[in-house]
Design a protein around this ligand. Structure first.
Ligand SMILES: Cc1ncc(COP(=O)(O)O)c(C=O)c1O
Length: 423
């Protein structure tokens, strides 16, 4: 029942999953009973296995890389231009500007949007470090606001308090993060943009293909930053990133800034940086772009199977915080989640993680330390206790194995191990 409540909160519907609840129940029971004791878990389950993605694409990817070698177009050039065209088309945005990482994409998006010294940007303390460090690198001040406990997204009411506070007048932009592959609730950010005249920069590093009310991440804000780090749902074979925008002016500025502020070769209008997309990464990304929608659909099926397996094991809890079982992640009404990560909340999280590791079951903590508590960010001046939701999330979240090729039996193994730990 709790599970149903929890999911209803998110408007989650059990549509299109491929097994009946009875199947899940018996599957978990089999996994639980087939191997009692510590030796119970019979197979390792990786957190991520990129080799399973590579195997069917091997020939296509090697040909793409071979072509780059043939043409020697190593930096930007035709492969980057081709990827940018296809990427913009898929996202439904006017411009895509490739660069060398998601971190650089965030900085480029901010700098191209005119953010700099004397200004402030509001973001979340519960994200990857780059969401804040990119703001600081732009020369602006980073202001933080707490998160909302169910989605882990930046809390709009908390952001409004910042805007109404002492430093609110300096705020030039808000930087919501589409954490774990789900778009931040854009109806509230769109309203704040209109009412407060701030720009919106999306941190879409984890959200290729995610949607908010039918609009893809990347096309929601004034600009968006994507990462193609190898663990991301759309991944390169190394570091790569991209800025997406519908603004001609912003795209032009980002193109200039990614090449040392040059519009014309060796004539530098501004201090930019070297953050260009390379031909190998672009060629690989162009191949993977053809498959990403199928992979995202597969991720959605994996997430539904986890929901069902946890429900069948009687572990799913309905509140925002875990008591004896686990709080499952959900899909907000109006949102299309691409499940970059499947993140549960659980008590005794670190002990559970060790228990899983002892059974060769992968898991990860995104993120163990809220950003205001990071040594490098003490200078922001926030004390412990400033963002209780972010601090609590940092203690309770655990990301479970999820990737398109993850098998049902592997998922049942993960859930059975968690059930064993909690019971
Ligand atoms: C939310 C978020 N923002 C920014 C980044 C930075 O991307 P990259 O590692 O490509 O620099 C990442 C990925 O690591 C991320 O997850």
């Amino acid at each position: 029942m709790g599970f149903v409540h929890g999911m209803a909160y998110f408007g989650f519907a059990f549509v299109g999953h491929d097994r009946s609840p009875g199947w899940y129940y018996s599957h978990v029971k089999t996994a639980l009973s087939s191997a009692p004791g510590a030796a119970r878990i019979s197979q390792p389950v990786p957190m991520l296995d990129l080799k399973r993605q590579y195997a069917p694409l091997q020939q296509e990817l090697q040909e793409a890389v071979g072509q780059v070698l043939e043409t020697q177009q190593f930096i930007l050039g035709e492969y980057a231009a081709e990827f940018e065209r296809a990427a913009a088309g898929q996202l439904g945005v006017k411009h895509a500007v490739g660069c060398s990482s998601g971190t650089d994409a965030l900085w480029l998006a901010l700098a191209a949007a005119g953010v700099g010294p004397g200004m402030a940007v509001v973001t979340t303390p519960f994200s990857f470090f780059a969401s804040v460090s990119a703001i600081l690198r732009s020369g602006a001040t980073a202001l933080l606001a707490d998160i909302e406990p169910r989605t882990f997204h930046l809390d709009a009411a908390a952001v409004e308090r910042v805007l109404d506070g002492e430093q609110g007048g300096a705020v030039r932009a808000i930087l919501p993060v589409h954490l774990y592959g789900q778009c931040a609730d854009w109806s509230v950010w769109g309203r704040l943009r209109r009412e407060r005249g701030v720009q919106l920069i999306e941190d879409a590093a984890q959200a290729w293909g995610a949607e908010w009310q039918g609009v893809k991440a990347g096309g929601l804000g004034d600009a968006a930053a994507f990462s193609f780090y190898p663990t991301k749902n759309l991944s390169a074979a190394g570091d790569a990133g991209m800025v997406a925008t519908n603004s001609e002016e912003l795209a032009e500025r980002a193109r200039m800034l990614r090449q040392h502020g040059m519009r014309r070769r060796y004539y530098h209008d501004e201090i930019g940086w070297n953050t260009r997309l390379d031909g190998f990464q672009a060629a690989i990304l162009s191949v993977k772009l053809k498959y990403i929608e199928g992979w995202n659909q597969a991720r959605r099926r994996v997430a539904e199977r986890y929901h069902a397996l946890f429900a069948a094991a009687g572990l799913a809890e309905s509140g925002s915080y875990p008591e004896r079982g686990v709080v499952l992640p959900g899909e907000a009404t109006g949102s299309r989640h691409v499940w970059h990560q499947y993140v549960i909340r659980v008590q005794r999280r670190d002990a559970l993680r060790e228990f899983l590791a002892a059974r060769a079951i992968g898991s990860e903590i995104y993120y163990p330390v809220a950003l205001h508590m990071q040594k490098a960010l003490r200078r922001l001046g926030y004390a412990e206790g400033s963002f209780p939701e972010a601090e609590r999330a940092a203690r309770e979240v655990l990301a479970l194995p999820i990737f398109p090729e993850l098998r049902e039996d592997e998922q049942a193994t993960v859930v059975a191990a968690i059930a064993e730990f909690l019971n």
